[in-house]
Design a protein around this ligand. Structure first.
Ligand code: ADP
Ligand code: MG
Ligand code: ZN
Length: 496
Protein backbone atom coordinates (compact mmCIF):
# COMPACT_ATOMS: atom_id res chain seq x y z
CA UNK A 1 0.00 0.00 0.00
CA UNK A 2 1.37 3.38 -0.72
CA UNK A 3 1.02 6.32 1.59
CA UNK A 4 -1.05 8.38 -0.76
CA UNK A 5 -3.80 5.81 -0.88
CA UNK A 6 -3.96 5.42 2.86
CA UNK A 7 -4.36 9.15 3.35
CA UNK A 8 -7.10 9.35 0.76
CA UNK A 9 -9.22 6.74 2.53
CA UNK A 10 -8.63 7.94 6.07
CA UNK A 11 -8.79 11.70 5.70
CA UNK A 12 -12.54 11.89 5.01
CA UNK A 13 -13.24 9.53 7.89
CA UNK A 14 -11.20 11.61 10.33
CA UNK A 15 -12.82 14.77 9.00
CA UNK A 16 -16.36 13.47 9.54
CA UNK A 17 -15.42 12.10 12.93
CA UNK A 18 -14.26 15.52 14.08
CA UNK A 19 -17.40 17.18 12.72
CA UNK A 20 -19.64 14.71 14.56
CA UNK A 21 -17.79 15.19 17.85
CA UNK A 22 -18.07 18.96 17.47
CA UNK A 23 -21.79 18.69 16.75
CA UNK A 24 -22.46 16.53 19.80
CA UNK A 25 -20.46 18.95 21.88
CA UNK A 26 -22.54 21.97 20.78
CA UNK A 27 -25.80 20.14 21.38
CA UNK A 28 -24.62 19.30 24.86
CA UNK A 29 -24.13 22.97 25.63
CA UNK A 30 -27.23 24.28 23.90
CA UNK A 31 -29.47 26.04 26.40
CA UNK A 32 -32.29 23.84 27.56
CA UNK A 33 -35.25 24.32 29.85
CA UNK A 34 -33.91 23.68 33.30
CA UNK A 35 -36.14 22.08 35.91
CA UNK A 36 -38.23 24.72 37.64
CA UNK A 37 -37.08 25.66 41.13
CA UNK A 38 -39.51 24.45 43.76
CA UNK A 39 -39.88 25.08 47.48
CA UNK A 40 -42.07 23.27 49.95
CA UNK A 41 -44.70 25.76 51.07
CA UNK A 42 -44.05 24.84 54.68
CA UNK A 43 -40.52 26.17 54.26
CA UNK A 44 -41.57 29.59 53.03
CA UNK A 45 -40.90 32.01 55.84
CA UNK A 46 -43.77 34.40 55.34
CA UNK A 47 -46.97 34.04 57.28
CA UNK A 48 -50.28 35.88 57.16
CA UNK A 49 -49.20 37.95 60.13
CA UNK A 50 -46.34 39.40 58.08
CA UNK A 51 -48.83 40.89 55.67
CA UNK A 52 -50.39 43.99 57.16
CA UNK A 53 -53.57 45.65 55.98
CA UNK A 54 -54.85 44.20 52.67
CA UNK A 55 -57.74 42.53 54.48
CA UNK A 56 -59.85 42.07 51.36
CA UNK A 57 -57.06 40.47 49.39
CA UNK A 58 -56.19 38.23 52.32
CA UNK A 59 -59.77 37.05 52.64
CA UNK A 60 -59.97 36.10 48.98
CA UNK A 61 -56.69 34.27 49.10
CA UNK A 62 -57.64 32.36 52.21
CA UNK A 63 -60.14 30.50 50.03
CA UNK A 64 -57.32 29.35 47.81
CA UNK A 65 -55.49 28.04 50.81
CA UNK A 66 -58.50 26.08 51.95
CA UNK A 67 -58.96 24.60 48.52
CA UNK A 68 -55.38 23.40 48.40
CA UNK A 69 -55.74 21.89 51.82
CA UNK A 70 -59.06 20.20 51.35
CA UNK A 71 -60.33 20.16 47.81
CA UNK A 72 -63.11 17.63 48.48
CA UNK A 73 -64.98 19.93 50.79
CA UNK A 74 -65.58 22.35 47.95
CA UNK A 75 -66.16 19.78 45.25
CA UNK A 76 -68.90 18.09 47.26
CA UNK A 77 -70.76 21.35 47.09
CA UNK A 78 -70.21 21.63 43.37
CA UNK A 79 -68.07 24.71 43.73
CA UNK A 80 -65.77 25.64 40.91
CA UNK A 81 -62.53 26.22 42.56
CA UNK A 82 -60.26 29.18 41.84
CA UNK A 83 -57.52 28.33 39.43
CA UNK A 84 -55.95 31.48 37.99
CA UNK A 85 -55.53 34.39 40.37
CA UNK A 86 -53.99 37.65 39.34
CA UNK A 87 -52.70 40.01 42.00
CA UNK A 88 -52.44 43.49 40.61
CA UNK A 89 -51.46 46.86 42.02
CA UNK A 90 -48.57 49.32 42.13
CA UNK A 91 -45.03 48.11 42.89
CA UNK A 92 -44.15 47.59 46.54
CA UNK A 93 -47.67 47.01 47.78
CA UNK A 94 -47.14 43.40 48.86
CA UNK A 95 -48.10 41.17 45.93
CA UNK A 96 -45.08 38.89 46.14
CA UNK A 97 -45.47 38.86 49.89
CA UNK A 98 -49.09 37.69 49.60
CA UNK A 99 -48.18 34.88 47.21
CA UNK A 100 -45.58 33.65 49.65
CA UNK A 101 -48.06 33.79 52.49
CA UNK A 102 -50.49 31.66 50.48
CA UNK A 103 -47.76 29.13 49.78
CA UNK A 104 -46.74 28.98 53.39
CA UNK A 105 -50.27 28.65 54.76
CA UNK A 106 -51.26 25.95 52.27
CA UNK A 107 -48.09 23.93 52.56
CA UNK A 108 -48.33 23.13 48.84
CA UNK A 109 -45.30 22.89 46.59
CA UNK A 110 -44.41 26.40 45.57
CA UNK A 111 -43.10 27.06 42.07
CA UNK A 112 -42.17 30.72 42.02
CA UNK A 113 -40.65 32.27 38.95
CA UNK A 114 -40.36 35.74 37.59
CA UNK A 115 -41.80 35.99 34.11
CA UNK A 116 -38.59 37.64 32.98
CA UNK A 117 -36.92 34.22 33.30
CA UNK A 118 -39.06 33.11 30.37
CA UNK A 119 -37.77 35.88 28.20
CA UNK A 120 -35.14 34.23 26.06
CA UNK A 121 -32.92 34.88 23.11
CA UNK A 122 -33.58 31.51 21.57
CA UNK A 123 -36.90 31.08 19.83
CA UNK A 124 -39.09 28.56 21.57
CA UNK A 125 -37.03 28.29 24.72
CA UNK A 126 -39.31 30.52 26.79
CA UNK A 127 -42.26 28.40 25.73
CA UNK A 128 -40.35 25.24 26.64
CA UNK A 129 -39.62 26.63 30.09
CA UNK A 130 -43.29 27.28 30.68
CA UNK A 131 -44.27 23.80 29.49
CA UNK A 132 -41.76 22.28 31.84
CA UNK A 133 -42.90 24.39 34.77
CA UNK A 134 -46.53 23.33 34.43
CA UNK A 135 -45.59 19.72 33.80
CA UNK A 136 -43.62 19.53 37.02
CA UNK A 137 -46.23 21.32 39.08
CA UNK A 138 -48.88 18.87 37.90
CA UNK A 139 -46.68 15.96 38.79
CA UNK A 140 -46.06 17.35 42.26
CA UNK A 141 -49.56 18.50 43.12
CA UNK A 142 -50.92 20.01 45.22
CA UNK A 143 -48.89 22.90 43.97
CA UNK A 144 -48.91 26.63 43.45
CA UNK A 145 -47.35 28.17 40.40
CA UNK A 146 -46.52 31.80 40.99
CA UNK A 147 -45.49 33.91 38.02
CA UNK A 148 -44.15 37.17 39.37
CA UNK A 149 -43.89 40.34 37.24
CA UNK A 150 -46.21 38.80 34.67
CA UNK A 151 -45.90 41.95 32.54
CA UNK A 152 -42.60 40.66 31.18
CA UNK A 153 -44.44 38.08 29.04
CA UNK A 154 -48.04 39.06 29.52
CA UNK A 155 -48.22 42.30 27.56
CA UNK A 156 -50.43 42.25 24.50
CA UNK A 157 -49.24 40.16 21.58
CA UNK A 158 -47.95 42.01 18.57
CA UNK A 159 -48.39 39.51 15.79
CA UNK A 160 -45.29 40.96 14.15
CA UNK A 161 -42.24 38.85 13.39
CA UNK A 162 -39.84 40.79 15.61
CA UNK A 163 -41.70 39.74 18.72
CA UNK A 164 -42.26 36.17 17.72
CA UNK A 165 -40.45 34.76 20.73
CA UNK A 166 -42.54 36.87 23.12
CA UNK A 167 -45.75 35.84 21.40
CA UNK A 168 -44.79 32.18 21.43
CA UNK A 169 -44.10 32.30 25.15
CA UNK A 170 -47.39 33.97 25.89
CA UNK A 171 -49.25 31.51 23.69
CA UNK A 172 -47.70 28.63 25.56
CA UNK A 173 -48.84 30.14 28.84
CA UNK A 174 -52.39 30.39 27.50
CA UNK A 175 -52.26 26.79 26.34
CA UNK A 176 -51.11 25.61 29.75
CA UNK A 177 -53.78 27.61 31.55
CA UNK A 178 -56.42 25.99 29.34
CA UNK A 179 -54.93 22.55 29.74
CA UNK A 180 -55.97 21.95 33.30
CA UNK A 181 -58.59 19.38 34.03
CA UNK A 182 -60.79 19.54 37.07
CA UNK A 183 -58.71 16.99 38.93
CA UNK A 184 -55.50 18.98 38.88
CA UNK A 185 -54.71 20.41 42.26
CA UNK A 186 -52.69 23.24 40.88
CA UNK A 187 -53.39 26.90 41.49
CA UNK A 188 -51.74 29.47 39.27
CA UNK A 189 -51.05 32.88 40.71
CA UNK A 190 -49.47 35.84 39.00
CA UNK A 191 -48.57 39.40 39.90
CA UNK A 192 -48.74 42.43 37.66
CA UNK A 193 -48.16 46.16 38.03
CA UNK A 194 -49.92 47.00 34.80
CA UNK A 195 -53.22 45.21 34.43
CA UNK A 196 -54.21 47.49 31.55
CA UNK A 197 -51.27 46.38 29.39
CA UNK A 198 -51.87 42.65 29.76
CA UNK A 199 -53.08 40.67 26.78
CA UNK A 200 -56.85 40.43 27.07
CA UNK A 201 -56.70 36.68 26.40
CA UNK A 202 -55.00 36.19 29.76
CA UNK A 203 -57.99 37.52 31.62
CA UNK A 204 -60.66 35.38 29.96
CA UNK A 205 -62.74 32.92 31.98
CA UNK A 206 -60.79 29.82 32.93
CA UNK A 207 -57.49 31.71 32.87
CA UNK A 208 -56.65 34.54 35.25
CA UNK A 209 -60.30 35.14 35.84
CA UNK A 210 -59.94 36.13 39.46
CA UNK A 211 -58.31 39.46 39.95
CA UNK A 212 -57.30 40.64 43.36
CA UNK A 213 -56.48 44.31 43.73
CA UNK A 214 -53.56 45.05 46.00
CA UNK A 215 -53.82 48.76 46.67
CA UNK A 216 -51.44 51.14 48.43
CA UNK A 217 -52.19 51.34 52.15
CA UNK A 218 -54.49 53.88 53.73
CA UNK A 219 -53.62 55.45 57.04
CA UNK A 220 -54.75 52.46 59.11
CA UNK A 221 -52.94 50.11 56.76
CA UNK A 222 -49.77 52.15 57.03
CA UNK A 223 -49.91 51.99 60.78
CA UNK A 224 -50.23 48.22 60.79
CA UNK A 225 -47.41 47.87 58.25
CA UNK A 226 -45.24 50.02 60.50
CA UNK A 227 -46.19 47.76 63.40
CA UNK A 228 -45.10 44.67 61.46
CA UNK A 229 -41.77 46.16 60.54
CA UNK A 230 -40.98 47.41 64.02
CA UNK A 231 -41.90 44.12 65.74
CA UNK A 232 -38.29 43.11 66.10
CA UNK A 233 -36.94 46.58 66.87
CA UNK A 234 -36.66 48.05 70.38
CA UNK A 235 -38.72 51.23 70.24
CA UNK A 236 -38.39 54.15 72.62
CA UNK A 237 -41.53 55.22 74.45
CA UNK A 238 -41.90 58.39 72.38
CA UNK A 239 -42.37 56.57 69.08
CA UNK A 240 -45.85 57.22 67.77
CA UNK A 241 -46.63 54.91 64.87
CA UNK A 242 -50.01 56.44 64.20
CA UNK A 243 -48.38 59.84 63.84
CA UNK A 244 -45.82 58.42 61.40
CA UNK A 245 -48.63 56.75 59.48
CA UNK A 246 -50.41 60.09 59.11
CA UNK A 247 -47.28 61.68 57.72
CA UNK A 248 -46.63 59.04 55.11
CA UNK A 249 -49.67 59.21 52.85
CA UNK A 250 -48.71 57.83 49.48
CA UNK A 251 -45.94 55.54 50.66
CA UNK A 252 -46.24 51.83 49.89
CA UNK A 253 -45.49 48.87 52.13
CA UNK A 254 -42.03 48.58 50.63
CA UNK A 255 -41.34 52.28 51.33
CA UNK A 256 -42.49 51.86 54.92
CA UNK A 257 -40.35 48.75 55.44
CA UNK A 258 -37.46 50.80 54.14
CA UNK A 259 -38.38 53.65 56.50
CA UNK A 260 -38.30 51.39 59.56
CA UNK A 261 -34.96 50.01 58.54
CA UNK A 262 -33.48 53.47 57.97
CA UNK A 263 -34.74 54.59 61.38
CA UNK A 264 -32.96 51.66 63.02
CA UNK A 265 -29.79 52.54 61.10
CA UNK A 266 -29.96 56.15 62.27
CA UNK A 267 -30.36 54.95 65.86
CA UNK A 268 -27.51 52.50 65.49
CA UNK A 269 -25.21 55.18 64.12
CA UNK A 270 -25.85 57.25 67.23
CA UNK A 271 -25.10 54.25 69.41
CA UNK A 272 -28.59 54.32 70.91
CA UNK A 273 -30.29 51.41 72.71
CA UNK A 274 -33.70 52.22 71.30
CA UNK A 275 -35.09 53.60 68.08
CA UNK A 276 -36.62 56.97 68.86
CA UNK A 277 -39.19 59.16 67.17
CA UNK A 278 -36.45 61.50 65.96
CA UNK A 279 -34.86 58.58 64.11
CA UNK A 280 -38.15 57.97 62.34
CA UNK A 281 -38.47 61.66 61.53
CA UNK A 282 -34.99 61.71 60.07
CA UNK A 283 -35.61 58.52 58.11
CA UNK A 284 -38.92 59.69 56.71
CA UNK A 285 -37.49 63.01 55.62
CA UNK A 286 -34.74 61.18 53.92
CA UNK A 287 -37.05 58.80 52.16
CA UNK A 288 -39.55 61.44 51.23
CA UNK A 289 -37.17 64.06 49.96
CA UNK A 290 -34.08 62.10 49.01
CA UNK A 291 -30.75 62.20 50.71
CA UNK A 292 -29.79 65.23 52.72
CA UNK A 293 -27.09 67.03 50.84
CA UNK A 294 -24.90 69.86 51.82
CA UNK A 295 -25.89 72.15 49.03
CA UNK A 296 -24.89 75.72 49.57
CA UNK A 297 -27.77 78.09 49.24
CA UNK A 298 -27.07 81.80 48.93
CA UNK A 299 -28.86 84.33 51.14
CA UNK A 300 -30.80 85.62 48.18
CA UNK A 301 -31.87 82.13 47.20
CA UNK A 302 -32.83 81.46 50.76
CA UNK A 303 -35.20 84.42 50.78
CA UNK A 304 -36.91 83.21 47.62
CA UNK A 305 -37.17 79.72 49.04
CA UNK A 306 -38.61 81.01 52.30
CA UNK A 307 -41.34 82.91 50.47
CA UNK A 308 -42.02 79.96 48.21
CA UNK A 309 -42.54 77.60 51.15
CA UNK A 310 -44.41 80.24 53.14
CA UNK A 311 -46.75 80.56 50.16
CA UNK A 312 -47.60 76.86 50.35
CA UNK A 313 -48.07 76.98 54.10
CA UNK A 314 -50.24 80.12 54.12
CA UNK A 315 -52.38 78.83 51.26
CA UNK A 316 -53.03 75.51 52.89
CA UNK A 317 -54.22 77.46 55.92
CA UNK A 318 -56.38 79.75 53.78
CA UNK A 319 -58.23 77.00 51.95
CA UNK A 320 -59.35 75.48 55.20
CA UNK A 321 -57.88 72.67 57.16
CA UNK A 322 -58.32 70.12 54.43
CA UNK A 323 -54.66 70.07 53.52
CA UNK A 324 -52.92 71.19 56.69
CA UNK A 325 -49.24 71.93 56.32
CA UNK A 326 -47.45 69.59 58.65
CA UNK A 327 -44.10 71.18 58.31
CA UNK A 328 -42.32 73.76 56.23
CA UNK A 329 -38.61 73.89 55.68
CA UNK A 330 -35.99 75.56 53.56
CA UNK A 331 -33.25 73.11 54.47
CA UNK A 332 -32.30 71.51 51.20
CA UNK A 333 -32.55 67.79 50.80
CA UNK A 334 -31.64 65.93 47.68
CA UNK A 335 -33.08 67.50 44.58
CA UNK A 336 -35.75 69.45 46.39
CA UNK A 337 -34.54 72.76 47.72
CA UNK A 338 -37.18 73.08 50.36
CA UNK A 339 -40.51 71.53 50.92
CA UNK A 340 -43.76 71.88 52.72
CA UNK A 341 -45.35 68.69 53.90
CA UNK A 342 -49.07 68.66 53.48
CA UNK A 343 -50.97 65.84 55.02
CA UNK A 344 -54.63 65.31 54.22
CA UNK A 345 -56.83 65.51 57.28
CA UNK A 346 -58.14 62.02 56.63
CA UNK A 347 -58.02 59.39 53.93
CA UNK A 348 -61.12 59.42 51.78
CA UNK A 349 -61.84 58.53 48.22
CA UNK A 350 -64.35 61.06 46.97
CA UNK A 351 -63.26 64.54 46.11
CA UNK A 352 -65.25 67.55 45.05
CA UNK A 353 -64.36 69.85 42.24
CA UNK A 354 -63.77 72.62 44.78
CA UNK A 355 -61.28 70.49 46.64
CA UNK A 356 -59.30 69.88 43.51
CA UNK A 357 -59.21 73.59 42.86
CA UNK A 358 -58.08 74.25 46.43
CA UNK A 359 -55.40 71.65 46.10
CA UNK A 360 -54.14 73.21 42.88
CA UNK A 361 -53.98 76.55 44.66
CA UNK A 362 -51.91 75.06 47.48
CA UNK A 363 -49.48 73.62 44.95
CA UNK A 364 -49.34 76.84 42.95
CA UNK A 365 -48.93 79.06 46.00
CA UNK A 366 -45.15 78.58 46.04
CA UNK A 367 -44.75 80.14 42.63
CA UNK A 368 -47.52 82.68 43.32
CA UNK A 369 -45.62 83.90 46.39
CA UNK A 370 -42.46 84.36 44.33
CA UNK A 371 -44.44 86.38 41.80
CA UNK A 372 -46.23 88.49 44.38
CA UNK A 373 -43.15 89.28 46.46
CA UNK A 374 -40.30 89.47 43.95
CA UNK A 375 -42.19 90.10 40.74
CA UNK A 376 -40.40 87.20 39.09
CA UNK A 377 -40.54 83.47 39.18
CA UNK A 378 -37.93 80.71 39.41
CA UNK A 379 -37.56 77.14 38.21
CA UNK A 380 -38.09 75.96 41.78
CA UNK A 381 -41.71 75.09 41.17
CA UNK A 382 -41.26 72.36 38.56
CA UNK A 383 -42.55 69.58 40.78
CA UNK A 384 -45.50 71.69 41.95
CA UNK A 385 -46.44 72.47 38.38
CA UNK A 386 -46.31 68.86 37.40
CA UNK A 387 -48.79 67.96 40.10
CA UNK A 388 -51.10 70.79 39.21
CA UNK A 389 -51.01 69.82 35.55
CA UNK A 390 -51.87 66.28 36.51
CA UNK A 391 -54.79 67.34 38.68
CA UNK A 392 -56.25 69.64 36.02
CA UNK A 393 -55.81 66.98 33.39
CA UNK A 394 -57.59 64.38 35.49
CA UNK A 395 -60.42 66.81 36.21
CA UNK A 396 -61.05 67.51 32.56
CA UNK A 397 -60.00 64.26 30.92
CA UNK A 398 -61.35 61.75 33.41
CA UNK A 399 -63.69 63.16 36.02
CA UNK A 400 -65.95 65.22 33.78
CA UNK A 401 -65.30 68.31 35.91
CA UNK A 402 -65.08 70.80 33.09
CA UNK A 403 -67.75 73.09 31.78
CA UNK A 404 -67.45 71.86 28.22
CA UNK A 405 -68.36 68.25 28.87
CA UNK A 406 -69.61 67.51 32.36
CA UNK A 407 -70.89 64.08 31.52
CA UNK A 408 -68.14 62.27 29.72
CA UNK A 409 -64.48 61.54 29.83
CA UNK A 410 -62.11 62.88 27.25
CA UNK A 411 -59.12 60.67 27.63
CA UNK A 412 -56.14 61.10 25.38
CA UNK A 413 -56.67 57.62 23.92
CA UNK A 414 -60.24 58.34 22.94
CA UNK A 415 -60.11 58.42 19.15
CA UNK A 416 -63.72 59.43 18.87
CA UNK A 417 -62.85 62.96 19.94
CA UNK A 418 -62.82 65.52 17.18
CA UNK A 419 -59.89 67.90 16.80
CA UNK A 420 -62.22 70.67 17.87
CA UNK A 421 -63.14 68.86 21.10
CA UNK A 422 -59.50 68.13 21.81
CA UNK A 423 -58.65 71.80 21.44
CA UNK A 424 -61.48 72.76 23.78
CA UNK A 425 -60.38 70.11 26.23
CA UNK A 426 -56.82 71.35 26.31
CA UNK A 427 -57.83 74.96 26.69
CA UNK A 428 -60.20 73.98 29.49
CA UNK A 429 -57.34 72.30 31.31
CA UNK A 430 -55.22 75.44 30.89
CA UNK A 431 -58.08 77.61 32.08
CA UNK A 432 -58.39 75.62 35.31
CA UNK A 433 -54.73 75.97 36.20
CA UNK A 434 -54.54 79.62 35.14
CA UNK A 435 -57.56 80.50 37.26
CA UNK A 436 -56.12 78.67 40.25
CA UNK A 437 -52.85 80.54 39.79
CA UNK A 438 -54.57 83.92 39.58
CA UNK A 439 -56.66 83.15 42.64
CA UNK A 440 -53.58 82.02 44.55
CA UNK A 441 -51.83 85.32 43.78
CA UNK A 442 -54.89 87.31 44.76
CA UNK A 443 -55.17 85.56 48.13
CA UNK A 444 -51.48 85.93 48.91
CA UNK A 445 -51.56 89.64 48.07
CA UNK A 446 -54.51 90.03 50.39
CA UNK A 447 -52.70 88.13 53.15
CA UNK A 448 -49.28 89.60 52.61
CA UNK A 449 -48.68 90.22 56.33
CA UNK A 450 -48.98 86.61 57.45
CA UNK A 451 -47.00 85.59 54.37
CA UNK A 452 -44.13 87.85 55.48
CA UNK A 453 -44.43 86.56 59.03
CA UNK A 454 -44.06 82.90 58.00
CA UNK A 455 -41.25 83.68 55.56
CA UNK A 456 -39.32 85.59 58.23
CA UNK A 457 -39.77 82.77 60.71
CA UNK A 458 -38.51 80.31 58.09
CA UNK A 459 -35.46 82.44 57.40
CA UNK A 460 -34.70 82.50 61.09
CA UNK A 461 -35.38 78.88 62.04
CA UNK A 462 -35.21 77.16 58.65
CA UNK A 463 -37.82 74.63 59.74
CA UNK A 464 -41.28 75.17 61.19
CA UNK A 465 -43.43 72.38 62.53
CA UNK A 466 -47.17 72.22 62.61
CA UNK A 467 -47.59 73.89 65.99
CA UNK A 468 -45.31 76.78 65.03
CA UNK A 469 -47.16 77.31 61.77
CA UNK A 470 -50.48 77.26 63.57
CA UNK A 471 -49.26 79.83 66.06
CA UNK A 472 -48.07 82.12 63.27
CA UNK A 473 -51.35 81.87 61.40
CA UNK A 474 -53.78 81.56 64.29
CA UNK A 475 -55.59 84.86 63.76
CA UNK A 476 -55.79 84.55 59.99
CA UNK A 477 -59.26 83.41 59.06
CA UNK A 478 -59.60 80.74 56.43
CA UNK A 479 -61.21 81.86 53.18
CA UNK A 480 -63.83 79.18 53.60
CA UNK A 481 -64.03 77.81 50.08
CA UNK A 482 -64.71 74.13 49.99
CA UNK A 483 -66.98 74.17 53.01
CA UNK A 484 -69.34 71.55 51.64
CA UNK A 485 -66.78 68.86 51.15
CA UNK A 486 -67.40 65.24 50.50
CA UNK A 487 -63.90 64.01 50.57
CA UNK A 488 -60.29 64.83 50.53
CA UNK A 489 -57.45 64.21 48.21
CA UNK A 490 -54.70 61.76 48.88
CA UNK A 491 -51.51 63.52 48.10
CA UNK A 492 -47.83 63.02 48.43
CA UNK A 493 -45.73 65.55 50.26
CA UNK A 494 -44.74 68.46 48.09
CA UNK A 495 -41.16 68.68 47.08
CA UNK A 496 -40.47 72.19 45.90
P1 ADP B 1 -44.79 43.91 45.22
O1 ADP B 1 -44.59 42.47 44.89
O2 ADP B 1 -46.22 44.31 45.28
O3 ADP B 1 -43.99 44.85 44.36
P2 ADP B 1 -43.50 43.11 47.61
O4 ADP B 1 -44.43 42.06 48.07
O5 ADP B 1 -42.28 42.65 46.91
O6 ADP B 1 -44.26 44.15 46.69
O7 ADP B 1 -43.12 44.04 48.83
C1 ADP B 1 -41.78 44.37 49.13
C2 ADP B 1 -41.58 44.43 50.62
O8 ADP B 1 -42.32 45.50 51.18
C3 ADP B 1 -42.05 43.20 51.34
O9 ADP B 1 -41.06 42.23 51.37
C4 ADP B 1 -42.38 43.74 52.72
O10 ADP B 1 -41.22 43.86 53.50
C5 ADP B 1 -42.88 45.14 52.43
N1 ADP B 1 -44.35 45.16 52.32
C6 ADP B 1 -45.06 45.48 51.22
N2 ADP B 1 -46.38 45.43 51.48
C7 ADP B 1 -46.51 45.05 52.76
C8 ADP B 1 -47.63 44.81 53.62
N3 ADP B 1 -48.89 44.94 53.19
N4 ADP B 1 -47.38 44.42 54.89
C9 ADP B 1 -46.13 44.27 55.34
N5 ADP B 1 -45.04 44.49 54.59
C10 ADP B 1 -45.20 44.88 53.31
MG1 MG C 1 -43.21 41.72 43.55
ZN1 ZN D 1 -43.32 74.35 45.90
Amino acid sequence: MDLENTLLTWLPIIFFGVVIVLLLWTIRFMPRAKPAPVVKGSQVEVSWSDVAGLDEAKKELQEVVEFLRDRKRFERLGARVPRGILLHGPPGTGKTLLAKAVASASGANFYSQSASSFVEMFAGLGAARIRKLFEEARKNAPAIIFIDELDAVGTARSGGSIHREHDQTLNQLLVELDGFNTRDEVVVMAASNRLQDLDAALLRPGRFDRQVLVSPPDVAGRESILAVHTRDKPLAADVDLSHIAKQTSGLTGADLANLCNEAAIFAGRNGAQYVRQTDFDAASERIVAGLQTRRVVSEKEKRILAYHEAGHAVMSHLVGELFPAQKATIVSRGEALGYTLNVPAEDRYLHTREEFVDLMMVFLAGRAAEQVVFGRITNGAANDLERVTHIARSMVFEYGMSEIAPSRTMRADNYALSEETKRLRDSEQARLTDQAYDEAQRLLLKHRTPLDRVADALLEKETLDRAELEALLSEVKAESRSSETVGTVRILPMRD
